[in-house]
Design a protein around this ligand. Structure first.
Ligand SMILES: [Zn+2]
Length: 240
């Protein structure tokens, strides 16, 4: 995905630059990582992008500070909260004063997805302890879903993926190493709809048939996943 995204250091700060078909430069701060992101029309020069970022340094610093403040006050899950994991609403039960930090799946639906979990954490820094436990669950569930999607599309697309993995990525939803036939998916996809994950997996698999984002590439995506556009646009708005 977004093979035209590059990270450059401008005035001492890392900036993700994505070239797109658009009319003017756009700057925003990723709400998850705090990273500055510029979307630039294909033909704008690097010097122009640098000048644009430099004229907005104060704004970037203030937005990043604001985000850091918000993140510092993120609340831990409390008993009765719910979270969204792919398309499943998961009820959360908590215990903040346990002897050990653990995550237990209390209930699953008939597809095997957790619908109720128990998060127990030792006292102190509850938010970060819960986050670490949840990431493990998200990884497990994503792997299960990705394996399912690949098993469906490998015969349809007449190809094989050798290996896939899940990792945290700042600027991409997925990547594909064509020689190794290895696909990486962004851990953050766990918090979006199943249709989004399906799109990213099919997109990366399509790279095994067509390296670049050519008209043929998009034609293949359309052929294998006719409803791809909605997920593509939604994920584009989420940034990455
Ligand atoms: Zn791509």
């Amino acid at each position: 995905m977004s093979s035209s995204t590059q990270t450059r250091v401008i005035a001492g700060i890392p900036v993700a630059i994505t070239r797109k078909k658009m009319k003017s430069l756009r700057l925003r701060i990723c709400s998850k990582t705090g990273m500055a992101k510029v979307s630039a029309p294909v033909r704008v020069s690097h010097n122009n992008i640098t000048a644009f970022v430099q004229s907005n340094l104060q704004w970037i610093a203030s937005q990043q500070a604001l985000l850091a403040q918000q993140q510092a006050t993120l609340k831990p899950y409390e008993n009765g909260d719910t979270l969204c994991l792919l398309d499943t609403h998961v009820r959360v039960s908590t215990n903040h004063n346990a002897m050990k930090s653990t995550l237990q799946v209390v209930e699953k639906n008939n597809q095997g997805s957790p619908t109720h979990i128990l998060l127990t954490t030792t006292p102190g820094d509850t938010y970060n302890k819960q986050t670490a436990l949840l990431e493990k669950l998200f990884r497990t569930e994503l792997k299960r879903a990705v394996a399912h999607i690949m098993a469906e599309y490998e015969p349809k697309m007449q190809l094989n993926v050798n290996e896939f993995g899940i990792k945290k990525m700042r600027t991409r939803w997925g990547t594909c190493n064509i020689q190794a036939k290895r696909i990486w998916l962004n851990l953050a996809l766990a918090e979006h709809a199943y249709a989004c994950l399906e799109y990213v997996v099919v997109h990366e698999m399509t790279h095994l048939l067509e390296t670049n984002h050519t008209p043929r590439f998009w034609g293949l995506v359309e052929h294998f996943l006719p409803q791809w556009q909605k997920a593509h646009d939604y994920l584009g708005r989420q940034g990455c």
